[in-house]
Design a protein around this ligand. Structure first.
Ligand code: SF4
Ligand code: SF4
Ligand code: SF4
Length: 434
């Protein structure tokens, strides 16, 4: 069959695979890619560039699009007694993985997941909310610095790899506006490959680091050379890994995350929903500028739901009045780029509800996606509300790692290990239009 209506997924796409025999050429994936992700399928670029976001996977009615699976390679490492294998769990995974075992969307399974992964044989099970807290510490400090010097404003969040790739391809001239802080999994990886190795006296060649994410684009992100994460597997892959290991998550024992990197605060947990990175960063920036704790509630879940593509607000912090915006889905990006001077801080998430609705999550009925994503986001919101610690700067593990290793946010050591830089990838478009 001529598959001319489908999105083009090249053989070397690191995140997505199309099973040609299953494709019915319905064209839904391409419509989603154009209308929801906002990819340019115009004459000029001939072939659109894939951002690896996985929105097409979630919307293919016959399951002909799937993540590129890496989980079997990880099972091999788990059987290798010479290797020490860590796994870190991203925030949005814990409120959706239960769906793969027949549980209701939004069932919060953090401790059961840790127990299951320890039973599978992972040597250490860590929480990416720790990396998220570190990202916030660095990013809030960077924001405060940019506000004080009036340079590099507006600052964009940079933790969504699909958004970062989009900017690098279509708008490289404004890449200085991206926060240079690594994403939570990037920071988690840096901490594992430096601080953790040193504390545990583990030779570098023995360590294998895995992260489980709701996001297919993280498979692209970990290939950025400085990242140092060995594997990114999706929530849906983890379901397969657990089932092949004969683990029933509904019956798993409850366990705490492995010590040393510890757990994150409520700020780290809300990274998994749209507006969460903005909210967490503003909480920390407020403390840096006023010395006070404040839940800014810039984007409560209810307010967030009312907005369409872009949510805007004015937030007063100390002597600064910040014009902030949260772009919910890549389709809102071009609109906001027209008026950059009207903002100081902008969060961009490729997926509308943030990572809870990522392309690596357990598949759901297309008609129920909104309802299910909301239930997943609510579970994270509730965990933040009930957290004993809701501010990253009060997380004792974060305080400890700065005291003993990184000194202070944006210190020379932190800049070297926890920050990154971005490329001009616009030549991809010229290559495609040849
Ligand atoms: S949505 Fe699925 S079946 Fe339809 S064209 Fe795309 S890959 Fe093929
Ligand atoms: S992964 Fe995202 S950008 Fe790539 S084809 Fe699918 S929807 Fe389009
Ligand atoms: S919003 Fe989250 S899940 Fe979606 S592409 Fe970005 S990082 Fe991945």
């Amino acid at each position: 069959m001529n598959l001319d209506k489908a999105v083009r997924i090249d053989e070397d796409n690191v995140a997505i695979k199309r099973v040609k025999e299953m494709c019915i050429n319905c064209g839904r994936c391409k419509t989603i890619c154009e209308d929801i992700v906002g990819i340019h399928y115009d004459e000029k670029c001939k072939e659109a560039v894939c951002l690896h976001c996985g929105e097409c996977i979630l919307n293919c009615p016959v399951g002909a699009l799937v993540p590129k699976y890496d989980y079997r390679k990880i099972l091999d490492y788990l059987h290798d007694t010479e290797k020490i294998v860590t796994i870190s769990i991203a925030p949005a995974v814990r409120s959706s993985i239960g769906e793969g075992f027949g549980l209701e969307p939004g069932t919060f399974l953090e401790k059961q997941l840790v127990g299951a992964l320890k039973d599978v044989g992972f040597d250490y099970v860590f929480d990416v909310t720790f990396g998220a807290d570190m990202t916030v510490m660095e990013e809030a400090s960077e924001l405060v610095d940019r506000l004080k010097t009036k340079k590099g404003l507006p600052m964009f969040t940079s933790c969504c790899p699909s958004w970062v790739k989009y900017l690098e391809i279509y708008h490289p001239t404004i890449k200085e506006h991206l926060s240079t802080v690594k994403s939570p999994i990037g920071i988690q990886s840096s901490v594992l490959n430096t601080y953790f190795l040193k504390m545990m006296n583990i030779p570098k060649e023995k360590l294998v680091n895995v992260v489980v994410v709701p996001c297919t684009a993280k498979k692209f992100e970990i290939r950025r050379t400085e990242l140092g994460m060995d594997f990114a597997i999706t929530t849906s892959e983890l379901v397969l890994l657990l089932k092949e290991s004969k683990i029933d998550l509904t019956k798993a024992r409850e366990e705490e995350f492995s010590a040393l990197l510890g757990k994150g605060s409520g700020s780290g947990v809300i990274f998994g929903r749209s507006g969460g990175v903005m909210e967490a960063t503003l909480r920390c920036a407020n403390y840096l500028l006023t010395g006070k704790d404040k839940i800014t509630s810039f984007l409560t879940l209810e307010e967030n739901q009312k907005s369409d593509k872009i949510k805007k607000a004015i937030v007063n912090i100390g002597s600064f009045t910040l014009r902030v915006a949260s772009v919910r889905g890549m389709i809102g990006v071009e609109e906001i780029l027209k008026d950059l001077k009207d903002y100081d801080f902008i969060e961009v998430m490729n997926c509308k509800e943030g990572c809870v609705s990522g392309g690596g999550q357990v598949l759901t009925a297309i008609s129920k996606q909104d309802e299910i994503n909301l239930a997943r986001a609510k579970a994270l919101e509730l965990d933040d509300l009930n957290s004993k610690i809701r501010f990253c700067y009060k997380n004792p593990d974060v305080i400890n790692i700065y005291k003993t290793y990184f000194n202070y946010p944006n210190s020379p050591k932190a800049k070297k290990l926890l920050h990154t830089n971005f490329k001009d990838r616009s030549s991809i478009l010229r290559e495609k239009s040849l």
